[in-house]
Design a protein around this ligand. Sequence first.
Ligand code: ZN
Ligand code: ZN
Length: 338
Amino acid sequence: MIAVRVRAPHSLEVIEADRAEPGPDEVRVKVSSAGICGSDIHILHGSNPFAKYPRVIGHEFAGTIAATGAAVTALSVGDNVVVDPVISCGHCYACRVGRSNVCANLEVLGVHRDGGFRSQVVVPAANAVKVSKSLPISVAALAEPFSIAANVLVRTGCDERDTILIYGSGTVGLTVLQVAKLKGARVIVADPDKRRLERAEQFGADRLLQSGKDDVPASVAGENDGLGPTLVIDGAGVPALLEEACRVASPAGRIGILGFSPAPCNVSQQEIVKKELTLVGSRLSRRLLPEVIGWLESGQLKPEAMITQTFSGSDAKDAFALIEQAPEKTVKVQLDFS
Ligand SMILES: [Zn+2]
Ligand SMILES: [Zn+2]
């Protein structure tokens, strides 16, 4: 049994780990597939403001129930599950209004608590979501990143009347693209990297813009009967793009912010009022994994091609080195702990 731990910033190690027994309301999951996320890289670099060290990282993982606590009735040994990494208190204001992802007492597995990059992990039973045996477990492990995309589109609203501009064609942009296509929207993706744009095309983007080469604001001005995009998603986290988003958005447009930059930005108040724009932040997901799993099980989402490389859990250092040294070759790198 092993675990992948960040001992301190810039120090990743694979350690021998003990097997913990689940408490009454917990289950022990034998982890099969776990995806590496940008926020894992941030914890490794010491740039995640929430992480405490040492920390077993990993929050995108799926596996099989190996043991259940005495009070657990909804899950059985042998069930395949995806784990929702968001643990919330259930009684603060955010929880009471259904926004458990911004709970005042929020804890995220792999950030505030030890996470899923390990052979076996004990989690609250309420966070384990059962998946069909017919769904490949590596695909099930993509449910968490898709729940991030689902959450921002719940916050902004999204349907077939929308023309969406997505800034960034990395994992976040590609997942938002696929959920937006499922909702019937027209989707434009802007990214400086041609290879990343080709991936967006592969996942159904209607139009591609190469930022830096194409003039993005001028290119989208004619969209939506000349009013501009109805919805802009900032998956890049660049303050200047948020300013641009407010300029290019259509009247009654919405802007979904996923980027996590601490830098202030110069958004025009006039732009927001004149067009009655709605700007919303989106963090993690509010219990949307069951809905996403439904899309995966029914084949409405077919994201297998997002998994670009798989490494054994014991080779985690090589996986992180690849993402750091050749990010253009990767979309989702997964670790296999089975
Ligand atoms: Zn993530
Ligand atoms: Zn709460």
